[in-house]
Design a binder for this molecule. Structure first.
Ligand code: SF4
Ligand code: SF4
Length: 381
């Protein structure tokens, strides 16, 4: 099977530039009309990982979301906008997140309905399950006639890269994500199987990636914004991820979601199985994209990996000077490894920590950094 991924240039978040970039990415795939029919309810699901402003490059930029909402409407669809960040989500916190990430402005400018995945949930079956046979997801996801995901190209401390497959984790409402993390622990392989199981349960119709400014280094929350200048589109999330990794120099074979999708026959094994449309990969490569530090020790054989993880691996550390004592990290920590009391800076009990880095993702202040234990600092390893 040949997969198709389209690459278009888009150098800035100027709204008209983004509209042109999104349209250019969709054109070789047949345009939005190929994926959306008149009257269909279309869930537009960006990556709204946490309540950060668009310039932090943590969340999908509102200009991309707005351009896609407009495309859906032009194609005759009825767009609805929603996502579920990790941790405890209340109506108030979701509203705050929508405002801070620029989604409220998109909804106001387009008249698009906004949905919350916390309001109602349903159980869905994963037909090609390897790790999880069923999932609890937002009813708004299951009810949609079409789902269009809008991932952001970023690094990730656990899965090394977060893109079109990883963004599906947002189908699972807030705190329920922690339950799944508890099952997979620190194992990026099992967590990636979970993501692909979720993909088999509810595969999106289309993925349009915001790679105008991505994130390198300590993603998905505390890395550095990195100009890439692209919008990518595909009807295959794994194929889109394979191409995006190739552009920024992340070895696709080292990214579990990409490698496993190929092995499971739900994505391309390599670029030979992908028809790249629009720009050529060689012309848009980012040669010095900074990889996540956690990727280095992942190459060790399994019998050394465990010892290396305790002595050398990165772990979350709280920087008290930046902490506002909100407790979000403790609420969202799957094994309850973070101790927190009102008015106090939390503390992490490392022997319970499964290195999922949810706390780093959830901290609104960037007060949790993934750092190296003393042994690594001393040896410079
Ligand atoms: S302390 Fe952070 S990295 Fe460790 S288990 Fe809790 S959320 Fe995950
Ligand atoms: S570390 Fe971050 S999430 Fe945790 S209490 Fe402090 S500010 Fe809140």
């Amino acid at each position: 099977m040949t997969y198709r991924v389209s690459i278009a240039r888009c150098r800035t978040y100027d709204p008209n530039t983004v509209r042109s970039g999104v349209a250019a990415a969709l054109a070789p795939l047949g345009g939005m009309g190929k994926f959306v029919e008149t009257g269909q309810r279309v869930l537009v699901k960006p990556n709204l990982l946490s309540s950060r402003p668009p310039e932090a490059a943590v969340t999908t930029h509102p200009a991309v979301v707005q351009a896609v909402v407009e495309e859906v409407r032009r194609a005759g669809g009825v767009p609805v906008l929603g996502d579920s960040p990790g941790g405890r989500n209340t109506g108030q916190s979701y509203e705050r997140l929508l405002r801070r990430t620029g989604m409220t402005a998109v909804a106001e400018a387009t008249g698009c309905e906004v949905v919350s995945f916390e309001d109602a949930t349903v159980e869905v079956q994963a037909p090609q399950a390897k790790a999880f046979r069923k999932f609890t997801v937002g009813k708004a996801v299951a009810d949609a006639d079409r789902v269009i995901v809008l991932p952001k190209l970023k690094t990730h401390q656990l899965t090394y890269y977060t893109g079109a497959v990883k963004v599906l984790y947002g189908y699972i409402p807030g705190l329920r994500k922690a339950e799944y993390h508890l099952h997979t622990g620190t194992d990026a392989e099992t967590f990636s199987d979970l993501l692909l199981d979720l993909h088999s349960a509810l595969p999106p119709t289309l993925a349009i990636m915001d790679a105008v400014v991505g994130m390198e280094g300590r993603g998905p929350s505390n890395g550095n914004p990195r100009e890439i200048g692209l919008v990518l589109a595909s009807d295959s999330c794994p194929a889109l991820d394979l191409v995006a990794c190739s552009i920024v120099g992340l070895d696709p074979a080292a990214i579990p979601t990409v490698r496993k999708a190929g092995e499971r026959g739900i994505g391309p094994k390599d670029l030979a199985e992908v028809e790249v449309l629009g720009e050529r990969i060689e012309e848009v490569r980012v040669p010095d994209f900074e990889k996540p530090g956690t990727m280095r020790i992942a190459k060790l054989p399994p019998f050394l990996l465990h010892a290396a993880q305790s002595l050398l691996a990165a772990r979350p550390e709280i920087y008290p000077g930046r902490c506002i004592m909100c407790g979000k990290c403790a609420e969202g920590c799957p094994p309850g490894a973070i101790r927190w009391a009102k008015g106090q800076v939390p503390s992490i009990r490392y022997r319970h920590c499964i290195r999922c880095y949810c706390c780093q993702e959830l901290c609104p202040q960037g007060a949790i950094e993934v750092a190296y234990p003393w042994f690594r600092r001393v040896t410079g390893g």
